[in-house]
Design a protein around this ligand. Structure first.
Ligand SMILES: [Zn+2]
Length: 472
């Protein structure tokens, strides 16, 4: 497909046999919502570089389809006829105005291969599709993408974009995911704790029989092992191999990456499968909170003996990823700001209030609470260095003392009070568990984010440091 198709399609759809130059510019500029000057250059290109048009008179300039132009129009038309109603609905939806947002404009200026669509808008513009998406995401996304691909030609972009839906319904917490969600389109939130490197995955394998050179294409499963031909499909050969996997463009590969996100409350995790432009280098999402919309699927679990088990792991095939706010605070209201200013007039009293608010159930230990309260005010960005190094003002506090003297209770409460905090024990943890570490498991490398990256810009509280230090 190339962009001349747009011109052929639009002129053919006008229902006329021939067009004057000004009619052509009218049709192209109104349908594509572009300037007449651009319409002119688009038609000139199509006329010069293809054999689809012929000039039938000079003054005024008039054009009609050549024989190959006419048959090309019929081909394009046939390709999209099956999908026509749906495509028209999508076109109407893309044309709708949602405040300053209009998806048709987005499509025409698309830089990446994803057209990001807000689910709330989809609910408003195509309510039935929005409802179907949640129940049978596979089919719905496929028909949306097919229709979008044909509209992309009209919009004048020369690749097939995909629809990426954000904000699909209420956010489901990871610990709430159950078997009943299998096959559904979900909207989940969590912190990225493990990431693999982006890799290639085979989706359509072209296998060549090494005895007779016949090439067979075998569609591949989304997960699990590679599928090879059972036997050569050449009737005089029919040997069972050997076969050679051909490189692109015969075989088709896509980018993929796996990440694991952990529930906001901790501990419970789920695997997310990313493809194409959703894949990113690991440092971009390390320990960040993300919201993922995608389809929940099951994948085989393989026992140590290599047999398939009767139980299945869950994986979410991501359709969109959005970075989410990491802290649970909102900016102060005007009333609160006035209150803060009032408090600021009496610093000693303010300090007493802050210290009192830390672990109020623990009596005494005021110097200890006082020290811990300082860490609540650390890690400000005083200024950004021109070399883009952040100058920080960290206040670290180390509590030591006899067991059972409420050290943990005070430290835990400080982590709880902070807008962002991470609390953990470092018993049996390597030093890598504190920072971010690259690990190799079953021959595959992945990045695991540690306590400090998860508590970045917030407070990290750790107990039993000495257990870790004395072990190493
Ligand atoms: Zn063969």
């Amino acid at each position: 497909m190339n962009t001349y198709d747009t011109v052929v399609l639009l002129l053919g759809d006008s229902g006329k046999d021939s067009w004057s130059r000004s009619e052509i510019l009218d049709i192209l500029s109104s349908e594509l919502r572009i300037e007449k000057k651009d319409a002119n250059s688009r038609f000139t290109n199509a006329e010069k570089r293809s054999d689809f048009f012929e000039k039938i008179s000079d003054t005024p300039a008039k054009y009609k389809f050549t024989r190959s132009g006419k048959s090309h129009y019929d081909t394009i038309k046939r390709l999209y006829a099956a999908n026509d109603g749906f495509r028209n609905n999508l076109r109407l939806f893309l044309d709708m105005d949602f405040g300053p947002k209009c998806y048709w404009d987005d499509l025409q200026n698309l830089q990446s291969e994803l057209l990001v669509v807000d689910y709330l808008h989809l609910q408003e513009g195509m309510p039935e599709v929005a409802e179907n998406l949640l129940k049978s995401p596979g089919e719905t996304l496929e028909s949306l993408n097919k229709a979008l691909a044909s509209l992309a030609i009209i919009a004048g972009i020369d690749f097939a974009p995909k629809i990426s839906i954000i904000n699909a319904g209420d956010v489901l917490q990871i610990e709430e995911i159950k078997t009943k969600h299998l096959g559904r389109f979900l909207h989940v939130e969590g912190r990225v704790v493990v990431q693999t490197m982006p890799k290639s995955k085979l989706i359509l394998g072209a296998y060549q029989c090494l005895r007779c050179d016949r090439v067979m294409t075998i569609p591949q499963y989304a997960y699990g092992v590679r599928t090879e031909p059972f036997e050569c499909e050449n009737e005089i050969c029919t040997r069972r191999g050997p076969f050679r996997l051909l490189d692109p463009p015969d075989s088709e590969f896509i980018d993929y990456q796996d990440i694991v996100i952990v529930a906001m409350k901790g501990e419970v995790t789920i695997k997310i499968h990313l493809t194409e432009s959703l894949c990113q280098p690991p440092w971009i999402r390390d320990a960040k909170v993300i919201r993922v919309c995608g389809t929940m699927l099951k994948v085989d679990t393989i026992s140590k003996q290599g047999t398939k088990m009767n139980s299945f792991d869950w994986v979410i095939e991501a359709n969109s990823i959005v970075m989410a706010e990491d802290t649970n605070t909102e900016p102060p209201s005007e009333d609160e700001i006035r209150l803060f200013q009032e408090w600021a007039k009496n610093p000693d009293e303010l300090r007493r209030m802050i210290v009192d608010s830390i672990a109020p159930n623990v009596h005494g230990l005021r110097p200890c609470k006082d020290a811990c309260s300082l860490s609540l005010f650390s890690d400000w960005h005083w200024k950004d260095d021109p070399r883009s190094i952040v100058e920080r003002s960290s206040i670290h506090v180390c509590l030591f003392g006899d067991p059972g003297t409420a050290k943990s209770m005070i430290a835990k409460d400080v982590v709880y009070l902070a807008p962002k905090g991470k609390w953990g024990q470092i018993i049996n943890m390597s030093r890598g568990g504190l920072t971010t570490v690259a690990l190799q498991e079953n021959g595959e490398w992945h990045i695991r984010s540690g306590f400090f990256s998860q508590g970045d810009q917030g407070i990290t509280g750790l107990v039993s440091c000495q257990a870790s230090i004395s072990n190493k």
